[in-house]
Ligand binder design. Structure first.
Ligand code: 1PR
Length: 525
């Protein structure tokens, strides 16, 4: 595409000095869209012109011959090889988080700014396995390791360079890669001195433990948009006089910047009162995303009100349109709460038929399932025995008020205000079938308690789905994060109150994880 006009290059190819070709979503959808819009030939012409070309994520994938994701749709075929689905029987798929791009033999120095100890943000289900044939064809590669699979994280030859990870979302390490490409710096010297932890990191490949900072946002009683935090979802602070005010813990954009600088691997914003109808013209989080994107270079998730919305004049805007606005304003993922429960109810009442019309389905079809998180707000319901409910129960080590040994997790909507006749197992299985790419697993009982995550709940949900699960609610000290990673299969862990109240920083949590031998990403400066 011509960077100046935004039109296919065609005969204007010569005017573009460099092309960056980013992509998200489905391989087949991407190739078909390129083909229909007449971009394939100009892209090929540009690459053949010898000018610098960089592909990102699906922009890398499109350079290959084919992908298992869409076997009947050919890629551009610039690089020989086929993308394969990560093996979901051994790990969560999609592969989401920070991993290496370590250069393979034959490259002396830093390849397009890549450093052996740095971590980069990946989000994809299909990858190119490392193959000698690719290197034999003259391609230099840098790789990551996910579980037992080694895959191509970055690749280059001549004027072509491409990354499977998102450099624009990979903090300082990613910005360095973009700069190297823009400066035409194919190989540069590595810094002489690397810190001890950087050297340690460079020896360990693989996905790092992902720490997410979450900002619950709403308007306070003075009309300002503030970060708040509840205790079991109650965000009002009671005063001695009997009045109650929305707890104000800071400004969303400022706090997000602080957490980014502190090493948070992702930032999540939840607009916690948007279960009320929110006309399209009045989406307060759009500006927050735009401002945050200027200073924060890690993935941003936005939740709250991702559903069909109705304007005061009766115009209905489908959830996909709402999500698109958020993506265009800087969000990488949207998180769906209430609407996911309603959709799951419809899914079961129609005998597990997919309508194709739900927010989850339409957004994941357009943007890929990695862009759709489902936020679950469950609550424990204690029962004396599994036989006393039709819902899936767990045997719990934490007995109920009457000594009950079993409980099930009831799904709620509207920020926990309304319980539904659906358990968490039913919900997560339904949303996975609809195309959700990740579960944000809150827990109303634990929220704001500082008493640690509900490990039983995390185990139960991990056992029910193959997509990544983010543990949320209850973090109070760094050891709680270690517990999640050592005692459950949780893929990421989220904290809110302890960071907002400055009891611990994200950096301290990561340092503690590293001391316990867990691989984390260093925040590079
Ligand atoms: O239903 O699609 O509009 O989305 C609304 C979103 O807002 C949902 O993701 C829902 O979880 C969230 N939400 C609604 N009400 C509240 C509330 O607190 N009153 N917050 C709320 C959910 C839970 C976590 C929190 C963790 C960690 N907050 O995000 O950050 O529990 O807290 P902690 O570490 O301090 O314990 P829709």
């Amino acid at each position: 595409m011509d960077k100046v006009t935004g039109r296919p290059c065609g005969r204007r190819t010569n005017y573009s000095q460099r092309v960056i070709f980013p992509g998200v979503g489905h391989f087949g959808h991407c190739m078909q869209t390129l083909s229909k819009a007449g971009y394939v030939e100009p892209l090929e012409a540009f690459i053949n012109s010898g000018k610098p070309f960089m592909g990102i994520c699906v922009g890398l994938q499109a350079l290959f011959t084919a992908s298992e994701e869409s076997p009947s749709t050919p890629g551009l075929g610039i690089i020989p090889g086929t993308l394969k689905l990560f093996d979901p029987s051994t790990k969560s798929v999609p592969h989401i988080g920070w991993n290496s791009a370590a250069t393979r033999e034959g490259i002396e120095g830093s390849f397009y700014g890549l450093r052996p100890h740095s971590k980069y943000y990946y989000v994809h289900s299909y990858a190119v396995p490392v193959a000698d044939s690719i290197m034999a064809d003259g391609w230099d590669i840098a790789t990551g390791i996910y579980g037992e699979e080694e895959f191509i994280g970055a690749i280059g030859k001549g004027n072509v360079f491409a990354t499977q990870f998102h450099p624009e979302k990979s903090g300082v390490a990613g910005l360095r890669v973009l700069k190297a490409f823009l400066d035409g710096n194919r190989i540069s010297p590595l810094p002489d001195a690397l810190s001890a932890s950087a050297v340690e990191n460079s020896k360990q490949g693989g996905l790092t433990r992902r720490i997410i900072a979450c900002l619950d946002v709403r308007t306070n009683d003075q009309g300002d948009l503030v970060v708040t935090k509840g205790d079991q979802y109650d965000v009002r602070e009671k005063s001695a006089e009997g009045t109650s005010q929305v707890r104000n813990l800071g400004k969303p954009v400022e706090l997000a910047k602080r957490y980014f600088e502190d090493g948070a691997d992702e930032i999540t914003f939840l607009n916690i009162t948007s279960f009320r109808n929110c006309p399209l013209a009045d989406l307060p989080m759009l500006e927050i995303l735009r401002q945050t994107s200027k200073t924060v270079f890690v993935p941003l998730t936005i939740g709250g009100g991702i559903k069909d919305v109705v304007d005061p004049d009766g115009t209905v805007h489908p959830a996909l349109e709402v999500a698109t606005l958020y993506f265009k304003s800087g969000a990488d993922k949207v998180s769906i709460g209430t609407d996911a429960v309603t959709a799951a109810e419809e899914y079961y009442s129609s005998n597990k038929t997919l309508s194709g019309k739900t927010a989850i389905e339409t957004i994941s079809k357009a943007y890929g399932n990695q862009a759709v998180v489902v936020s679950v707000d469950p609550k424990r319901v204690y029962v004396p025995s599994p036989a006393s409910t039709a819902h899936t129960t767990i045997k719990t080590a934490f007995l109920g008020p009457n000594g009950e040994e079993y409980c099930w997790y009831q799904c709620t909507i509207k920020g926990g205000r309304e319980g539904r006749d659906m358990d968490v197992h039913q919900l997560v299985r339904a949303v996975e079938a609809m195309g959700a790419g990740e579960i944000l697993l809150n827990c109303i009982d634990k929220d704001g308690s500082n008493s640690g995550f509900d490990l039983e709940l995390i185990d139960a949900v991990k056992g029910a789905v193959g997509i990544p699960v983010i543990a949320s609610s209850g973090a109070g000290v760094p050891a709680h994060f270690v517990e999640v990673f050592e005692r459950t299969e949780g893929d990421a862990a989220l904290g809110a109150g302890m960071f907002h109240r400055r009891e611990y920083t994200v950096r301290q949590v990561k340092q503690y994880l590293a001391e316990k031998g867990l691989l984390v990403r260093d925040a590079e400066e």
